[in-house]
Ligand binder design. Sequence first.
Ligand code: SF4
Length: 348
Amino acid sequence: MSSKKPRVMSGMRTTNRLHIGNYFGALKNWIELQKDYECFFGAMNWHALTDAYKEPEVFKKYNRDIITDWIAFGIDPEKSVIFIQSEIPELMELNMLFTMITPLPWLDRVTTWKDSIDDLKKKDVCNLGRYAYPVLQAADISIFRGEIVPVGPDQVPHLELAREIVRRLNHLYKLKIPEPRALLTTNKSKEAEQKDPTKTGAGNELVILGTDGRKMSKSYNNFVPLLDEPENIEKICMKMQTDPARVTRTDPGNPDICPEFSFHKLFSKLEDRKEIDNNCRKALFGCGDCKKWLARNINAFMAGPLEKRKEFLNNPRQLDEIIENGCTRAREEGVKTLDEIYSGMGWK
Ligand code: SF4
């Protein structure tokens, strides 16, 4: 691992098993980032607990599972540091310091909190941990002196806050901890990648829809797991919503408004999609045929990683070693950063 490459820090909350939205929204990009950056990827279980504090088992339940999926898809433990957030006590120590130096009005400004407050109250997660969530994110990044953070547009305000906190830290204690910069993720569907003129959506940005046409979410139970057995994937595909106007097999359909077709955009090649589009509009085949075609393509995409995942499940010691090594490496960086900060504060 070359220390000259700029350092990326990113993580995923460990609230559940991964679904395909996690792959297209983050993991796919992480795999690419490994080529040009020194990457730290964390299974963020303290973040998971801010919402799931009533289910404390969540703190441990999915950590290994999520990391297994990362590696199965191409996160390389030889290139990237893979760690579990709670195994890095230095991170929480820095979080504590950050809560001292962050003025409350800075947090009040974060729109994601204000925008979701009614929803958070309903879910009984209107707690201090959730309010100060962006401060913990700042600590996640700075404890490893992360320079680059891949984010979607909705996360930019959080990163701005992280930059302000680091700037304040540096100013107060005459330090040079890097101010992290956002690397905007521009996830593109197969459709966009292949420059299909029938593309939909402003800016060609990929929106991951669930099986019912709403945004993919565990809480709507409309997700497709990132890795699953072929027969389960086929069952999920067969239940997907279609163009509601296509009541019988002889009715022509419209793929542009069909939730099922949005999955073809992710998993099917351009030639497949053209044929499906034509078959649908001219009622040349039924939705069942279309769904089976989709299931075949999703299963082809998952086949290699599913095999790799099974290898890990059969050899848990190998995964233990990867996680132990990653956490050791992450802690070394954490200790270094805290030493530097505490020296600046005159404590060392
Ligand atoms: S044939 Fe396919 S694209 Fe057309 S409505 Fe049915 S499921 Fe949707």
